[in-house]
Design a protein around this ligand. Structure first.
Ligand code: S3P
Length: 455
């Protein structure tokens, strides 16, 4: 046990010395209970709608990581009064018409959700804003949001390279009209940007999705009193309504952060952990369904009180050591576990038999190309992993061998690759080194402390 604490301390040291490698040498049996900081996707939306509503909103279990702080700082730059008090975030809403032009460009760091959702809000503002992004986000495509927002009437210019648009983005909004939009890409960020712009438009806005994506924006809009109708494949927003703060929002634990510990507990013999008050939104819990199909021992307990907390379902998970089997993951499941695909690939390497994950192309445009980052790392650990391409559709095929071997690993600057590789290294035979762990601050600065608490 002291071994893992020592190595975890080395990991912590890494935060202040990003160039020093860390070593995962000592193995441990994870056991104990954890409660995780609030869900990142819900936190962005809670901040934005609190800012656009009238009245004060208290956000509880708010996650203080780089991405949520990017949204908080962007809204502050637009004149919203936001205070942090103890573990709470207090937002003084300024109403739909209350945002003010920022005197200077807004920096959104590497938070794609901040940038894309903020563009939806700024599309409704009759002033000009320049948004600048960090190194990784500046390489991610923006035309997916710019195109529909232009159809609604926003004027947007962005850096163009090879027919795609990238940050920095300059947007001038106002005088929007509602649209009916058939989304080509399964993206909750795109859907949310359109719906947020729809709040300021004349007439209804309707978004059709071929594959359903997380519905946090729809749930949060309802909670703030918006006139929104959700059908199986579309969402319709009628804008003629002021947003009203519910006063207080508890943000359930982040299932994307939980996923690393779910897989860790499933992979390590004799492990058993409990994760309390975690978000169980059906648009996010694909990882639980797929791991259960792989024979993972996961018990989900949803008490009456947990069924809907502020319009979002939450519950407790108990995960015990399991003997995993390969499975097939279908394209329609991908949006519900898109951020968990790296850790699912790790699980598949330890499973018996073949796992096929179909329709993973969106992984190419995350914080890094996560197909590349995971294939490079897992192959170094001895995994049999292939990528096949049929037209634009990419699939990952992993022949599970029940084991991986320690190796020199790389985070590629990506938080989810880094945390997935820490889990892989802890479950693998032998020692591993990871070049950089500081990137976990993007979504989970407490990752190593939480890991240590289970030792
Ligand atoms: C998010 C949606 C997903 C996800 C991202 C958060 C959101 O992105 O990968 O981490 O909060 O709406 P896409 O909309 O690009 O699929």
């Amino acid at each position: 046990m002291s071994g893992i604490i020592k190595s975890a301390k080395r990991l912590e040291t890494k935060f202040s010395h990003p160039s020093i490698s860390f070593l995962i040498k000592h193995k441990f049996i994870p056991s104990g209970r954890i409660i995780l900081a609030g869900d990142k996707s819900i936190a962005h939306r809670a901040l934005i709608l609190s800012a656009l509503s009238r009245g004060k909103t208290i956000l509880k279990n708010f996650p203080l990581h780089d991405d949520s702080l990017a949204t908080l700082n962007a809204l502050s730059a637009l004149g919203v009064k936001i205070r942090r008090k103890g573990g709470l975030v207090l937002v003084k809403g300024c109403g739909k018409g209350g945002l003010k032009a920022s005197g200077k460009p807004i920096f959104v760091n590497n938070s794609g959700t901040t940038l894309r959702l903020l563009l939806g809000v700024l599309a409704g503002m009759d002033f000009k804003t320049k948004i600048v992004a960090g190194e990784y986000l500046s390489r991610r495509p923006m035309s997916r949001v710019n195109v529909p927002l232009r159809l609604m009437g926003a004027r947007i210019t962005a850096r163009i390279k090879n027919n795609e648009e990238y940050a920095p983005v300059v947007i001038s909004g106002g005088k929007l009209k509602g649209i009916v939009y058939h989304a080509k890409i399964a993206s909750a960020q795109v859907k949310s940007a359109i719906l947020l712009a729809g709040l300021f438009a004349k007439g209804k806005t309707r978004v059709f999705e071929r594959l359903s994506t997380r519905d946090h924006t729809e749930r949060m809009l309802k909670m703030f009193g918006a006139n929104i109708i959700v059908n199986s494949n579309s969402v319709t927003l009628n804008p003629n309504q002021d947003l009203v703060s519910p006063g207080e929002i508890y943000i359930p634990g982040d299932i994307s952060s939980a996923a690393f510990f779910i897989v860790l507990a499933a992979l390590i013999p004799k492990a058993r952990i409990i994760i309390e008050q975690v978000s169980l939104n059906p648009g996010r819990s694909g990882i639980i369904n797929v791991l259960k199909r792989m024979q993972a021992k996961i018990k989900v307990v949803v008490s009456k009180a947990d069924q809907l907390v502020n319009f979002e379902p939450q519950g407790n998970l108990t995960i015990s050591s399991s003997k995993l089997k390969g499975t097939v993951v279908y394209p329609k499941e991908i949006p519900s576990l898109v951020d968990e695909l790296p850790i699912l690939m790790v699980a598949a390497c330890f499973a018996g038999g073949r796992t096929i994950i179909k329709g993973v192309s969106e992984l190419r445009v995350k914080e890094t190309d996560r197909i590349n980052s995971m294939v490079v790392n897992l192959r170094k650990m001895g995994a049999e992993i292939r990528v096949t391409k049929v037209g634009p559709v990419e699939n990952i095929i992993i022949q599970g061998r029940g084991r991986l071997c320690g190796s020199e690993l790389k985070s590629f600057g990506d938080h989810r690759t880094a945390m997935s590789m820490v889990v892989a290294a802890l479950a693998a035979e032998g020692e591993s080194r990871l070049d950089d762990i500081s990137c976990v601050s993007k979504s989970f600065p407490g990752f190593l402390k939480t890991l240590e608490s289970l030792a």
